[in-house]
Each structure stands twice: as structure tokens, then as C-alpha cells.
Design a protein around this ligand. Structure first.
Ligand code: F6P
Length: 373
């Protein structure tokens, strides 16, 4: 029978256990395959730390947050080993064969799709599943984890509304999403935020302040500003663009390194610094008091929503069907009600940002939400 390796990589996300269970129960129970779980992402495969996923291990995990396998952001080709950053691809390939795997299932977001393609190019049989609260993986309608995070962020906005209202304050709430605005836009619309700022639309601070002043004028002296962690002002966007140009035109390695460092600090997104600055600017420009709430990793924790359990189970069982058919080198994507196999080459390295003409953007504008443009 087939030997199936499985690992979870990158940031954790609600629905990972549901997906492990979906793949595992279908592969073992339905197809009689053997499941081997590697611990702590690609590092677990590199260090050959594994567990047989048999017996009752896959029972009772459907509703649990996190991942029973553990995860890490380690990449096969860039791993800190003995204090030195090393390319561990060879060891990983060796361990794949040592475990006599027929296929390796990698559950992860954008970074994992790239790493999976890298391993495919080394001749390994790979299948991936798209998980991330950011919803930014190409070629799939959605990723598991997104719906749960959307619910958490929406509830947070609901709760911030009543306190902002009572105190006549601005509350700036920072929402995750990496460089994409899906989570902030979705939760902002569902939670009725007054302003939503996205990485895809650099904002003009004067326009944001004006939207808040207009609300005051209309008897609403409080505002909720939902800001994606990757959102940028027009000025910041211009600086990033200039640093990017400097990096591309750098004449030597030293200059390139300098530009890269600058770019990294400008793009620093999960520090909350931009959000605090934005709040201070809005206080000055509107005369209202402003507070900051950074939702952070709360958005990734806890039990998955029903929609995420369903999606993860659907994609997981479809993954077992693909293993049985020996369809490798693909991501199991969601397309409407169906699961489809998309070649990793069409997914890796392609971030799915919110298109500017997306229906959510149009609806947000129609109901009078300022997007800061
Ligand atoms: O990709 C998921 C995500 O939560 C992003 O929204 C966020 O930018 C990042 O991970 C945070 O990473 P870490 O868990 O390493 O702090």
C-alpha cells in the first residue's frame, strides 16, 4: 500500500487539523494507505521526526485549533542548522526516500507552495493544500483558516463599535493579512467599519480624516478604522517604490543589501508601528481621541468555523483521491463546490491580492465606507 507523508508548514491556521484528518481518514480508512506525519514543518522531515498517524490519533481533532503536527517557517533551502543558514534540500530528499514515501502532502500558504514546487523540482511527488488566514493563495477560491479569522475579526469590530460610540472616539483596529487586504476588507465590511485601509489601495491621510470629520458633522462623533497590517499611505507607498527601484538598479552587492534592508524596514508589517502612527495622525487631524487595537494572533487561534471544517475536509478527502490516481505536483484547490488539481507552477510565487474592481470593494464604496483613496 502507498506510504503518504504529511506536514504542516508556515504560520498555523484554523482548519489544519480538520485537513490532516480529512486526508488521513480518507487515505487510510477508504484507500488503505499508510500515513506518516512529520513534526514541525519541513524541519521535521529534515530531522526525520515522524509519527504514524494510525489508531485513534486522527479522532477528536476536527474541531481543534492549531496543528497536531506542529509547524515552522523553515524552508528546505534555507534552514538554520548549528547556527548556520544552510540549504538542507538534499537531506530532505534523502529522508523522503528513507521513509519510502510515495508522496508528501504539504499543508501551507504562499511560502509553502513555493517550497513544495522546489521539492517537486527535485523529483519528489508532492501535493499541497491551501491554508492561510490571509486568503492570498493563487488559483483557489479560498483557503481554510480565512473564514474563521474573518469571524474573529468581525466580532472584534462589533465589540469595538460600542466602546468607540460610548466615548466618541476613533478606534483604529489592525487586522492581519500579510500583504493582502482580504481579511481587513471582509471583516471591515461585515463589521461595518467606517474606514477600511488595504495594501492594494495606498491611502491619503487627509481623505481618511475628512471621512471621519464628515461623520462628526452628521452626528456620528465616533469612527472605526479597519487597517490591514500591510496597508500603506501614499507617501509610504512612494518610498517603498523608490527603495524597490534602488534594489533593482543597485550596481553592487553592498548597495543591493542596503536597499533590501531599507525595503524590509519600510515594509515591516506586523509591528503595529504604522497603525500607531496612523492613529496619532488622525487625532491631530480630527481633534477626536483615538485608540489602537492590534488583533494579532488571536485571529489565528481557536476552533475552526463550520465553513473551514467543511472546506478542509472537502480538500483533504479530494487529496486522497488524487494520491490514489497518482496525480502529483499539484495543489488541491477549491473551485465553487469542486476540488480541482492545479499544477504547483501556476500557484507558487503568485500572491492573490484583492483586485481593485472586486465586488467587495464596490459594495464597501456603495455603502459609504471610505477606503482612504
Ligand atoms: O500568514 C499568516 C500571518 O498570520 C499573516 O497574516 C501575518 O503577517 C503573519 O502570519 C504573522 O507571522 P508570525 O506568526 O510569524 O508572527
Amino acid at each position: 500500500s502507498k506510504r503518504v507523508g504529511i506536514l504542516t508548514a508556515g504560520g498555523d491556521s484554523p482548519g489544519l487539523n480538520a485537513a490532516i484528518r480529512g486526508v488521513g481518514k480518507s487515505a487510510q480508512g477508504h484507500y488503505g494507505m499508510q500515513m506518516i506525519g512529520f513534526q514541525g514543518g519541513f524541519r521535521g522531515l529534515m530531522e526525520n521526526r515522524s509519527t504514524r498517524l494510525d489508531g485513534n490519533i486522527l479522532s477528536g481533532i476536527l474541531t481543534r485549533g492549531g496543528t497536531i503536527l506542529g509547524t515552522s517557517r523553515d524552508k528546505p533551502h534555507r534552514m538554520l542548522v548549528d547556527g548556520i543558514m544552510q540549504d538542507m534540500t538534499e537531506t530532505i530528499v534523502k529522508n523522503y526516500h528513507k521513509n519510502q514515501l510515495d508522496v508528501l502532502i504539504c499543508l501551507g500558504g504562499g511560502g509553502t507552495q513555493k517550497n513544495a514546487l522546489h521539492l517537486k523540482q527535485q523529483g519528489l511527488n508532492i501535493i499541497t493544500l491551501p491554508k492561510t488566514i490571509d486568503n492570498d493563495v493563487a488559483r483557489t477560491d479560498t483557503t481554510f483558516g480565512f473564514d474563521t479569522a474573518l469571524g474573529i475579526a468581525t466580532e472584534a469590530i462589533d465589540r469595538l463599535h460600542s466602546t468607540a460610540h460610548s466615548h466618541h472616539r476613533i478606534i483604529v483596529v489592525e487586522i492581519m493579512g500579510h500583504r493582502a487586504g482580504w481579511l481587513a476588507l471582509g471583516a471591515g465590511i461585515a463589521g461595518g467599519a467606517d474606514v477600511i485601509l488595504l495594501p492594494e489601495i495606498p491611502y491619503d491621510i487627509d481623505h481618511v480624516a475628512e471621512a471621519i470629520r464628515q461623520r462628526v458633522k452628521h452626528g456620528k462623533p465616533f469612527s472605526i478604522v479597519a487597517v490591514a497590517e500591510g496597508a500603506r499611505s501614499l507617501e509610504q507607498a512612494a518610498l517603498i517604490q523608490a527603495a524597490e527601484a534602488r534594489r533593482l538598479n543597485a550596481i553592487d552587492k553592498k548597495e543591493q543589501k542596503k536597499a533590501k534592508k531599507q525595503l524590509k524596514s519600510l515594509e515591516a508589517h506586523h509591528s503595529g508601528i504604522h497603525t500607531v502612527q496612523l492613529s496619532e495622525q488622525l487625532e491631530l487631524l480630527t481633534g477626536l481621541e483615538s485608540r489602537v487595537t492590534i488583533l494579532g494572533h488571536v485571529q489565528r487561534g481557536g476552533a475552526p468555523s463550520a465553513a473551514d471544517r467543511l472546506l478542509a475536509t472537502r480538500l483533504g478527502s479530494a487529496c486522497a483521491d488524487l494520491i490514489a490516481a497518482e496525480t502529483y505536483g499539484v495543489m488541491v484547490a477549491s473551485e465553487g463546490e469542486h476540488a480541482v488539481a492545479v499544477p504547483l507552477e501556476e500557484v507558487a510565487g503568485r500572491k492573490k491580492l484583492v483586485p481593485l474592481d472586486h465586488p467587495w470593494i464596490i459594495s464597501a464604496k456603495r455603502v459609504g465606507t471610505s477606503l482612504g483613496d
